[in-house]
Design a protein around this ligand. Structure first.
Ligand SMILES: [Zn+2]
Length: 514
């Protein structure tokens, strides 16, 4: 008998409600075990097992170029609109988040997250250690996206080597397909306008702002958005070698195959005028800690100035009236900010132990790659075996020289493909852990590093670890960024316990979730 929808609702009444989320990149989609159905199946089974009611499923398929995540955004909206929902079921951390913003959005929603494959549940009540490891995994998810872009970049560099501009056509050019290859060619409408810009500027009679007015008068706009041409666009355009036939890609110059819009001679004349007219003005001095702190009295930013020609002092801008906070010397402020790093300074033995814990928690991930590596090695050896046998056949005169060469080329190409794949899996194994270890080492070394650094370097380090810094009554207050917040809490508990009973056997267990 077919069940009516109402029955279903009734049978689900009283159960905790969840949504399912799955994500895959188009590249992975082709590989076994990564497809959307392969992700959804265990999630559905898990919800059945736990007797959850799944009210909706959200799915994203994305490419390295397009980062649109309509499914994710829809899900966030749906969760907001339905506060009775308990949480999200998802395969692994790297399926759910692509960056810290996603992480913060979901944390603010306060929903429970079941990482089904990792066997973890993250909620408001999670132990700080668990949240900490989770935070590291979020960082790694980001790394996963970086790797994806890396793959795209490789293909693009190959195109650049062939003289083909490998990205979106700049203003004045169009992306077109030619012999199944994406290339650029002059935009019949805009190329003459670009050339006109070069000709105007080469006369030396116009400033960049003049050119902005002239383009507006001429109705010269971007093709896709219809947006006007800004001053920075004009500056960039005039300095771009692509218009005379060369292009820069990934820090290297390439000789392009595309049709130039201006002659090299005109382009060089424009460069001379640019150098002459836009001579750099002396730079304003930038202070290391400005923009980092707000005044605790008035909420204004802290700014800095030099006194007696060499001492840097920080103080409230006082935009909202006179501020009672006295000035503070850069050295004093730096020292206070540095103190905050002491709380995340983990002991050497804790570092070693945590790295080990991280390694164990990723054993499953590693097992998958190891399995792939073993299977790829077997395929490689099988082909090698065939090659050897065929060589004997050739010597014995069983096959022709021609047949041998043809087959050999095929099989060697296959071996090359396998080797590339093998490398990818070996790198995945390494990358996965390296990020987490890097983060732990940063926590371990942060303070000792800080005291040897220049204020500008110190600022970079502080930006990694702190947020919401304020300064009032001579005191810095702040919050730690994730995952340093949970690290600091657990570390404090550990240090307290260690001070009381340094010989305790299970001292390190404080870092474990209970
Ligand atoms: Zn103030």
């Amino acid at each position: 008998m077919r069940r009516k929808p109402q029955d279903l609702t009734l049978s689900q009444a009283g159960r905790a409600k969840f949504v399912i989320y799955a994500r895959v990149s188009s590249k992975e989609q082709e590989k076994e075990g990564f497809s959307i159905p392969a992700q959804l199946k265990p999630l559905r089974e898990y919800s059945k097992e736990k007797r959850f009611a799944v009210t909706r499923e959200f799915v994203d398929v994305e490419t390295a170029k397009q980062s649109g995540r309509s499914g994710f955004q829809e899900m966030v909206k749906y969760l907001k609109d339905n506060p009775d929902l308990k949480g999200i079921l998802v395969e692994k951390t790297d399926r759910l988040y692509r960056n810290f913003k996603d992480y913060v959005i979901l944390e603010e929603l306060g929903v429970e997250i079941h990482l089904v494959k990792e066997g973890e549940v993250i909620s408001k009540d999670s132990r700080s250690h668990q949240k900490f490891i989770h935070g590291i995994k979020v960082l790694m998810a980001k790394n996963y996206v970086d790797n994806l872009s890396e793959e795209t970049r490789k293909g693009q560099t190959e195109k650049a080597d062939q003289g083909i501009y490998p990205s979106y056509a700049p203003l004045g050019y169009l992306n077109v397909e030619c012999d199944k290859e994406k290339v650029i060619e002059p935009d019949p409408e805009r190329a003459p306008q670009v050339r006109q810009l070069f000709e105007w500027y080469a006369t030396g009679q116009y400033s960049l702002s003049d050119l902005v007015h002239k383009t507006a008068e001429a109705g010269f706009t971007f093709r896709r958005t219809g947006a006007r041409i800004s001053k920075s666009t004009v500056a960039r355009l005039l300095g771009d070698p692509i218009y005379h036939g060369d292009f820069e890609w990934d820090g290297k110059m390439y000789r392009g195959k595309h049709a130039p819009i201006v002659s090299k001679e005109l382009w060089l004349r424009v460069q001379n005028v640019l150098a002459e007219r836009e001579r750099p003005r002396p730079k304003r001095r930038e202070f290391a800690f400005t923009g980092l702190l707000k005044c605790g009295h008035c909420g204004c930013s802290l700014t800095a100035e030099i006194k007696k020609g060499r001492y840097v002092y920080y103080h409230c801008t006082g935009h909202k009236g006179k501020c009672p906070e006295p000035y503070i010397r850069e050295e004093d402020l730096g020292r206070q900010l540095g103190e905050t790093l002491k709380a995340v300074r983990i002991d050497e033995d804790v570092l070693e132990w945590l790295v080990e814990a991280l390694r164990t928690s990723h054993d499953e991930e590693k097992a998958h790659h190891d399995q792939m590596i073993a299977s790829l090695r077997r395929s490689y050896d099988r082909i090698q075996d065939r090659l050897d046998k065929m060589y004997v056949d050739k010597l014995d005169g069983n096959i022709t020289e021609e047949f041998y060469e043809k087959k050999r080329a095929e099989w060697v190409a296959e071996q090359d493909r396998i080797m590339a794949n093998l490398d990818a899996h070996q790198n995945a194994n390494r990358n996965y852990l390296d990020k987490g270890v890097e983060l732990l080492e940063l926590a371990h070394k942060a303070y000792s590093l800080y005291v040897t650094q220049t204020p500008h370097e110190q600022r970079r380090l502080l930006d990694c670890v702190l947020s919401n810094c304020t300064y009032s009554n001579g005191q810095v207050t702040f919050t730690y960024r994730k995952p340093f917040d949970s690290l600091a809490v657990t570390n404090a508990a550990y240090q307290r316990e260690k001070a009381i009973s340094p010989q305790k056997d299970d001292l390190l267990d404080i870092w474990l979730p209970r």
